[in-house]
Design a protein around this ligand. Structure first.
Ligand code: SF4
Ligand code: SF4
Length: 315
């Protein structure tokens, strides 16, 4: 496994970052012990970097996976909090639920522009104080927007940027793939640590896995790339690809390289809560039921978290 320093944070992260969204309630919804086994399998293969978020509800999996694990592991998490009190609660929750005395990287979740970063600055100021106090080691933003990467690059207090990037630009907002790559390079020149997300477009690019992964690995300004993994085969497959190792034919045949999709159960009440939540504009209520535009959906699963009827799943 290759390790790269994440900007100026001093954190030597593995190029393959375990994206924890996929094991949790918003996606595979694995039992805690099973999800923890998947995380642990990645750690045993040299992964030392885990990406999660308060919204994902995957802290218990990570805590379980880290029980008895003595090597260094770096955890990045995120919160939508925009007030000082909200961020304090998010940080305390992360420390408690992850059973850690500090969080390595704490990000403002899904920032859209300089305006949203400014709107969350009270929360960021709390994180900066927590950094001074040793409870957080690095702070930053996660984003799907080119303009937010560029804005964050110019903010001295920001250590880390977690941008969405993939070969087809699935889910990139306010710009093209090359705009995002240029923004990443600009941020890197400004000394920011960068790790990418959604290299497979939330599952849409699974059929072109090798090409899609190679595209992000070739962006040398990304110290790491977060990949969602739901089982041990996916861990083994990703580790081998990131290490440039051969894929055994039995592993290749076990891997389900079929595209995922958003499934909406027929008991949808058409309340529209998911439509409001989707920042990709992929959902619309038609004749009393919600419909998804698969071209726009990046399979984040975020809409499922707000459905009062529990009728949205990534399958
Ligand atoms: S429809 Fe749901 S899964 Fe698709 S992009 Fe919107 S919030 Fe994410
Ligand atoms: S939140 Fe659930 S019930 Fe409401 S429109 Fe969306 S899928 Fe249907």
């Amino acid at each position: 496994m290759q390790y790269c320093e994440l900007g100026k944070t001093g954190l030597p992260v593995s190029r393959l970052c375990f994206g924890a969204l996929t094991i949790g309630p918003l996606q595979a919804n694995l039992p805690t012990d099973k999800g923890a086994e998947v995380v642990r399998a990645a750690l045993e293969k040299g992964v030392n970097f885990i990406d999660t978020a308060e919204y994902y509800r995957t802290y218990p999996y990570i805590r379980e996976a880290l029980k008895g694990w003595t090597s260094d592991v770096y955890i990045a998490t995120k919160s939508y909090a925009y007030t000082r009190e909200g961020m304090q609660e998010s940080l305390n929750n992360a420390l408690k639920e992850l059973d850690r005395d500090h969080i390595d990287i704490f990000l403002l979740h899904e920032q859209e522009s300089i305006l949203t970063i400014r709107g969350h600055w009270e929360a960021m100021e709390y994180l900066l104080e927590a950094k001074q106090a040793g409870k957080v080691r690095a702070v930053g933003v996660s984003t799907h927007c080119v303009t937010a990467v560029t804005a964050a690059a110019s903010i001295p207090e920001i250590d880390v940027i977690h941008p969405l990037i993939n070969i087809d630009g699935v889910g990139i907002q306010e710009g093209t793939v090359s705009d995002m790559v240029n923004a990443i390079k600009t941020a890197h020149r400004a000394g920011k640590g960068l790790y990418g997300m959604k290299a497979l477009g939330g599952g849409n690019l699974l059929a072109r896995y090798d090409e899609a992964v190679q595209f992000v690995l070739d962006i040398k300004e990304l110290s790491a790339v977060a990949m969602g993994m739901q089982n041990q085969d996916e861990v083994e497959y990703n580790v081998r690809v990131f290490n440039g190792e051969m894929i055994p034919s039995d592993l290749a045949s076990r891997m389900m390289l079929k595209p995922r999709k958003l499934h909406i159960d027929e008991w949808c009440q058409g309340c529209g809560a998911c439509v409001q939540r989707c920042q990709a504009g992929a959902l619309k209520v038609v004749d009393g039921k919600v419909k998804v535009n698969n071209e726009l959906c990046r399979l984040c699963g975020y809409c499922g978290a707000v459905c009062p009827e529990f009728c949205i799943k990534v399958v």
